[in-house]
Design a protein around this ligand. Sequence first.
Ligand code: DGJ
Length: 764
Amino acid sequence: MITENSGVFHLQNETASYLLRVRPEGFLEHLHFGAPVCTGDAQALAVRSGLGWGDSVQFDEEDNAACLDVLPLEWSGAGRGDYRESPISLSRGGEPLSTEFRYAGFALHEGGAPMTSGLPQSRGGETLELWLTDETQKLRLRLFYGVFETAFTRRAVLENCGDLPVTLHKLMSFCMDLPGKFRMHSFHGGWIAETHRRVTDVGQAGVVNESVCGDSSNRVNCGFLLAEPETGETQGRVYGVNLIYSGSHYASARRSLQGLTRVMQGISPADFHWELAPGACFETPEAVLAFSDAGFGGLSAAMHAHVNRHIVPEYWQNRPRPVLYNSWEGCMFDFSERKLLHLAKQAKELGCELFVLDDGWFGARNSDRAGLGDYDVNTKKLPGGLKRLGEELNAMGLDFGLWVEPESVNPDSALYRAHPDWVVPEQHPPLLGRHQLRLDLSRPEVRDYIVEKVGALLDSAPISYVKWDMNRHSPALGAAAHRNVLGLYEVLHRIFDARPQILLESCASGGGRFDLGMLCFSPQIWASDDTDPIERLDIQDGLSYLYPQSAWGAHVSQSPHAQTLRATPLSTRGNVSFFGVLGYELNLDELSPVERTEIAAQIAFYKAHRETFQFGRFRRLSCEENAVCWQVQGEGETLVGLFHRLMPAAAGYEFLRPAGLDPQKRYHVASRPQLLRVGGFGSLLRHVAPVRMKPGGLLLSTVDKHYRMYDGALELTVSGATLHAGIPLPARFAGTGYDPALRVQGDFGSNVFLIEEETENEES
Ligand code: DGJ
């Protein structure tokens, strides 16, 4: 709801209030963003700046306190007495411009205000539009505030109303001054190590969260949190900030001496020069802001709800995602139609629903050195083309998914030979990344080529899923990079708006472009090329702060893992991948019979609880230091995954302490049955087996393929109140014997517990 009363604007949603007012001289004052408050309390919420500050530059000579530098503001200009970081930077003829924006009016838009530059935005909502003008510089600034159930959005549009061009160097999507002391929780890493959470105190020196890769990048995610120092999962005040943008981005938070934290976010100003001709406008991406006074868990719930309801394409909103098999890790570039169908048959038997043909199916693409850009099927590998492969898969009962990487080109390709000028222009001799160059999506003919080529591919075969990859950062700087991002969005609109039922999974060397901009087109994103479940604990945990679990692909791959050489139990690989959109990406020919049984059981379990895993309320539960515990909660059922890293000797008692249950109700709690590999015990087996088996011997390796022991079985009925208090889990193996009720896990062990509400007539 949005209300206006004598220049006070109150934005209210289910979780928060956002209050601002127009000061008498026309500046926009930030009053409050936080727990719900009363509209009439604007005056009570305003800071009392006393009699002013000794070094202040005043906008009213008679009033010592009339100083922009110490006021909490909704926007600020440059060179007018506010010496904090400005959200705007302009020049004309090489000279920096001072700016001072004063209020000129407002408008309300039911159902949202559509953006005009082609940038994606949250669907729906109500919007407040505020007009501000700088009469001296002949500029008009429009600030847009969107109100949604659990989030607010902000963006800005600058218009040059003068007769001379202006150069725009920086225009943030929003700026505001929050009272309080905060820590920034941001999400960093790089290839195969994305979204690790880092915590930094926000002081006067400030904290910057920026990507200059041309893409949102795997180094630093656009999204971050500002939390009071004592914030935990269930208590404390925390703000979530994210940007609906896939290019270079920038955010900063700095605390002033007066205790206001100025926070802003938008397109990265690095090398940014955008010529704003007379009459022209520049539109920023939309920022998404949420607040919770119920800790990180409350904030995540608010952000997840916003993404699920207002960001992912409508067709895929709450629509269950298929369990897929992807050919990449099992085949790489080496496959034939026969081999693919052989794998597909096994994938189907295991329970997969979608078969994804990854890289290597077109042109001369037998390695990553050639062929990228030439999307004509390689008939040596696929003599019947994509159509026959798709039909064969469909006949088996599998959907067909296809990999493409349309934004790049190998120099060794027909496309590059025909159009060497289609790549992003560089002043120096071009540099390759993964043997490829980026196509210049700011050029209409390049966009048309991609739209026509990919569109024709999708219509040529029964394709229901696309993996859209992008494997090198752009050499484009500043405004050129932004034009490429706009070009990408246009291409995605043109291809997929007409084909809403195609499930798009975007990817950029894994999670190199995991952002809300891509999620507006692609309901799920490949989180990381790293499928080692222990690495995924950090990656998926980091993502979970701002993105719902339906947004990331999580695959079971081989062990030892291709990147870490870490050997992990199949149970843990499955258990971690359950908390995401499950897939399998390994050579199925190499599975032992017992592994097949286990994978089939994993897929059946996931399907039975898919809606809860993909769309249930996600919580990070507290657990011992060396472990991670995630919970998802849906209709009548709750699932908890408890994951260990290294196993300590003499491990102590551990408790299952789920959250959000009804204390009055009774629940049936059961561990998901999972198996232990006999072979993993080596010579220790002599302690429990009736026959002697030599470690490494034929008998043991045969038994290992066909026989497994049960691990950590737990089953009981208990009240919600008792579960909230915490129930002890089965003890862990300590070298003193084996029992199916023991959790015999060693390093990297895990369990998933299913907690189901008992119905009235069940015994209590
Ligand atoms: C990078 C992706 O992240 C992988 O999953 C795979 O699709 C390869 N590209 C294919 O080249």
